[in-house]
Design a protein around this ligand. Structure first.
Ligand code: RRO
Length: 296
């Protein structure tokens, strides 16, 4: 059985990647991802021009497969993640976030020869992400692509829920040389109360939700919508993946690879091997010999 996949001609030995934010902030964590054969690629913590401590703890909580975070872009700065490239053997995406046109552009210029996942959908920095407004997204992408010529840039999108929103965003995306999209970032502005208290502190207890079957349903819906609207686009599915069947379902929906966040955080690296083994069994029981066959 062949479980290799491709993201716009880039070959991954397995279809599993970590989701940005989980075990990908430090040198040791990134090397851990690179050394785990269950991952076909890795992605860094979303970064900014300069290092940031992010929000104050408690800023992460999880229970029953559901997580909430208000990390606030804690990261070591773009130079650190660029430097990591020399130690990584497998495809390694630098997740670029930032706050304004100019800092994002400065980072994209620095990373122009790298694999970039451009994260314009962070839910925790108290500004309305531009990916919710097609006109603002269009304006930024035009400005950026006029100045920068990144070799390999994909976009990390937030969950869209309202009929018609996917079409508007897809119409913007198709104007630019975007190599892939990742659907979806966490669900913004969730809030969890436990034992009469908010479980996270920053931003008045609001944060991005991840994990679990509801997240998976929303992630699958976004992948399906965008695959229909942008049939040639490679899509990385993300949200609520905790077993091999979940991986298979995302590929059936139209994803070429998946990212795993909450389950990696909760269950650790070894568990990703179990997910990959389960995925291979699901492939076999469906008589699929390679990804790409029958929409998978
Ligand atoms: O750092 C964060 O708070 C964060 C980011 Br950049 C993101 O894209 N998604 C998320 O759930 N948290």
């Amino acid at each position: 059985m062949d479980i290799r996949t491709t993201i716009c001609d880039l070959v991954l030995e397995t279809p599993i990647i970590n989701a940005s934010g989980v075990h990908c902030t430090t040198y040791g964590q990134l090397i851990g991802l690179d050394n785990n054969p269950a991952f076909g690629a890795s992605v860094s913590k979303s970064c900014t021009l300069y290092p940031r401590q992010g929000n104050k703890p408690p800023k992460y909580y999880s229970e029953n497969d559901i997580s909430i975070n208000s990390n606030g872009l804690e990261n070591k700065g773009i130079e650190y993640y660029l430097e990591m490239e020399r130690y990584m053997q497998k495809p390694y995406f630098i997740s670029i976030a930032g706050f304004h046109y100019e800092d994002r552009i400065e980072m994209i210029k620095k990373a122009k020869d790298s694999l970039i996942e451009l994260n314009l959908s962070c839910p925790n920095v108290c500004v309305r992400p531009i990916v919710y407004d097609p006109e603002r997204l269009d304006d930024f992408l035009k400005y950026m692509f006029d100045i920068c010529k990144p070799k390999f840039l994909g976009l990390k999108l937030p969950p869209y829920f309202i009929p018609g929103d996917h079409e508007k965003i897809a119409n913007v995306i198709k104007k630019y040389p975007i190599k892939f999209i990742t659907c979806i970032n966490s669900i913004p502005d969730g809030s969890i109360i436990k034992d009469n208290k908010l479980v996270i502190g920053p931003n008045n207890g609001y944060g991005g939700l991840g994990g679990g079957p509801l997240m998976k349903a929303i992630g699958i819906a976004n992948v399906r919508k965008f695959k229909t609207l942008l049939p040639e686009m490679d899509i990385i599915g993300c949200g609520g993946i905790s077993n091999g069947q979940d991986v298979f379902d995302y590929l059936l929906a139209g994803a070429s690879a998946v990212q795993i966040g909450t389950t990696l955080y909760e269950k650790g690296h070894e568990y990703i091997h179990c997910i990959l083994e389960e995925f291979e069994k699901v492939m076999k029981s469906n008589n699929i010999t390679h990804i790409g066959q029958k929409n998978i």
